[in-house]
Design a protein around this ligand. Structure first.
Ligand SMILES: Nc1ncnc2c1ncn2[C@@H]1O[C@H](COP(=O)(O)OP(=O)(O)OP(=O)(O)O)[C@@H](O)[C@H]1O
Ligand SMILES: [Mg+2]
Length: 600
């Protein structure tokens, strides 16, 4: 390139040399034609050696021509070289611009386009030819992808701030043809050596694919965390060092610690009751097998709660750790216990009924024979006097002897015990009696009121305590229709519950207030619900499971048979296809619940 520049100067210098040579010859020729007074030869005129001043003049003329030619051709050579250089650099710039994979647009200080590369042409839809001189916002129309509102031109911002600015993540470029491209990148000021802004260069990239990939990724991430959050189980992800990597909504609710606060923390700090499980987590990661701990009891506000804990290893490549899933199965556990209880009671109930049948005959014989003995000794029957005289015995003296030996009291005792046993047997027989019931429509509110009256009379007689001193709050719902049931049997259940409650409350010392029943009647879907709640001493957790068992009683011998609740349970569960349960807070209250279908 340098050579080419010099040769342009050399050519000019040669031209000047030839010019000087031509001027020498031309001057000689003109002198030969018109000023040759001495009739000299052309050669003498061409080289006027005999006229030194003429020769000197010519030499000065030609020399000055050659010197100025030399200067001019040197300058010309330089100019040509620099022009060539700038042409070459422009060419280089154009090729570089063309080769850049990103779109590049340059503007002058007024924000008008001065250059743009083919990628920019494709994305904006403007050809360089059309775009040159046009102000940037006209060819570079950008909006926010989410709000669809126009964005400020980055060039204006750069010119104002003199700093490089980036575009927001959601910028969409609308091309001349209306096509939309998700773009990203930046605009920078072009600062001259003097520190002035000569323009702005905008570099941007079509990120439509990346953007939609990222959007899809975000959507999937949200979807997954939504699934995890919507699960009723507590889900906690941990790495092998016990640091939390995942924390769902249920975990937040259980611990009161937000996901942001929990992630990255030690499991022992944010979920202390899971510390014991860390060995299982390690085991699960090592063996790549799930670990289970079922029905794990723990203390909670309402007493004992039960949890199923499952630990799954994370088996995706490159991910180490485990997921802990905790499910509260207290309700399920209680239901299972209740079913076991029911099974047990049904079989004990069957056994009791069978026994009652068997006991019934000998009992009838004992009772009948006791009555007969009494009749044959104390009744003034003809047969008694005849047989006594046959045996030569005085009835009076025999009666006197028996009295002295306390036999009449013993016979009374036998009769009384027989009565008691008969009552028990008749209760036990209820376990099996099912067929001869008379079901009818029954108004539960009326039935409850009658039973309260019945209970009050019953206890007045015994004088153990005054039922009327017990406060009664009635919460009867108007929505409860009449219920199809065996009225006498349901009354028996209510009476048992009131009796038990009254007896229990009698045992308690009240600091303030006094014994009180809350009696509720309501409707739950197609079931009628009866609740009998007392504010007595409550039933301890370990006893609560046993109160429905036949013959289970905490009352001393002679005070309770332990059949009241078991008979009630059978009446509800077996004869009415209902549910009977109990809830209690020891020291505060006991609530028995009865649910029977409104219609069979
Ligand atoms: N409201 C209550 N409050 C506290 N404990 C109760 C209550 N109701 C029942 N219980 C407990 O349940 C046990 C069983 O009751 P259940 O009615 O079956 O028999 P019982 O009352 O002992 O005997 P019976 O009913 O023959 O008089 C009772 O002994 C008592 O310990
Ligand atoms: Mg009872």
């Amino acid at each position: 390139m340098k050579n080419n520049g010099i040769s342009a100067g050399n050519i000019m210098l040669l031209t000047f040399v030839l010019g000087a040579f031509f001027v020498w010859i031309a001057e000689s020729f003109l002198e030969f034609l018109w000023f040759n007074h001495a009739l000299s030869s052309f050669l003498e005129i061409l080289f006027p050696l005999y006229r030194p001043h003429e020769m000197l003049m010519r030499i000065i003329l030609v020399s000055s021509l050659l010197v100025s030619g030399g200067i001019v051709s040197h300058l010309y050579g330089k100019l040509a070289l620099s022009e060539k250089k700038s042409r070459e650099s422009e060419n280089d710039l154009r090729i570089t611009f063309k080769s850049i994979g990103d779109a590049v647009v340059a503007t002058n200080a007024d924000g008008r386009i001065t250059r743009m590369n083919p990628v920019a042409e494709r994305l904006t839809g403007w050809s360089v030819k059309d775009a040159i001189g046009v102000s940037l916002p006209e060819i570079f129309k950008i909006i926010n992808a989410q709000t669809r509102e126009g964005c400020e031109s980055p060039v204006d911002k750069v010119l104002r701030t003199r700093k490089t600015v980036g575009l927001s993540n959601h910028t969409v470029l609308i091309s001349r043809s209306g096509e939309e491209f998700q773009i990203s990148d930046s605009a920078s000021p072009i600062i001259t050596e003097d520190g002035d802004i000569a323009g702005v260069v905008l570099v941007f990239r079509d990120v439509t694919e990346e953007y939609s990939r990222e959007k899809e990724l975000n959507r999937l991430r949200n979807y997954l965390s939504n699934i995890i959050d919507s699960m009723p189980s507590i889900i906690v992800g941990v790495d092998p060092h016990g640091r939390v990597t995942q924390w769902n909504m249920s975990a937040q609710e259980d611990t009161g610690i937000t996901t942001n606060d929990a992630i990255g923390q030690n499991l022992s700090d944010v979920f202390p009751r899971m510390v014991m499980e860390m060995d299982k987590v390690r085991e699960s990661v090592r063996t790549r097998k799930a670990q289970y701990e079922l029905r794990k009891p723990r203390k909670c506000e309402d007493g004992l709660c039960y949890e199923d804990i499952t630990i799954f290893p994370l088996i995706a490549n490159g991910v180490e750790g485990a997921v802990i899933q905790v499910d509260d199965v207290t309700e399920q556990f209680n239901l299972e216990q209740m079913m076991i209880q029911t099974e047990k009671m049904m079989s004990v109930g069957g056994l009791a009924a069978g026994m009652a049948h068997e006991i019934n005959n000998p009992l009838a014989a004992i009772a009948g024979n006791t009555q007969n003995i009494k009749n044959r000794i104390y009744k003034d029957l003809r047969q008694n006097t005849e047989t006594a005289s046959e045996c030569d015995i005085s009835l009076e003296r025999m009666r006197n002897y028996l009295s002295k030996r306390d036999i009449p009291r013993m016979l009374e005792g036998i009769a009384e015990s027989c009565n008691r046993a008969a009552k028990i047997v008749s209760n036990m027989l209820r376990f099996s009696r099912k067929s001869d019931k008379r079901f009818s429509e029954c108004d539960l509110a009326k039935l409850m009121d009658n039973t309260i009256e019945l209970a009050a009379n019953d206890y007045d007689l015994k004088k153990e305590y005054d039922f009327r001193k017990i406060g009664i709050v009635k919460e009867y719902s108007d929505e409860l229709p009449s219920v199809y049931c065996e009225e006498n049997e349901i009354q028996q259940v209510l009476l048992n519950l009131l009796k038990n409650g009254a007896q229990a409350m009698n045992e308690k010392e009240y600091d303030e207030g006094g014994p009180c029943f809350i009696l509720r009647l309501k409707r739950d879907d197609d079931m009628a619900c009866i609740e009998v709640e007392d504010n007595g001493p409550g039933i301890p957790e370990d006893i609560r499971n046993r109160v429905f068992e036949p013959f289970y009683s905490t009352k001393g011998v002679g005070h309770g048979t332990g059949l009241g609740l078991s008979v009630s349970y059978f009446i509800i569960a077996d004869q009415h296809n209902g549910i009977m349960d109990v809830d209690s807070v020891p020291g505060s209250w006991t609530r028995f619940g009865v649910r029977i279908p409104i219609s069979c």
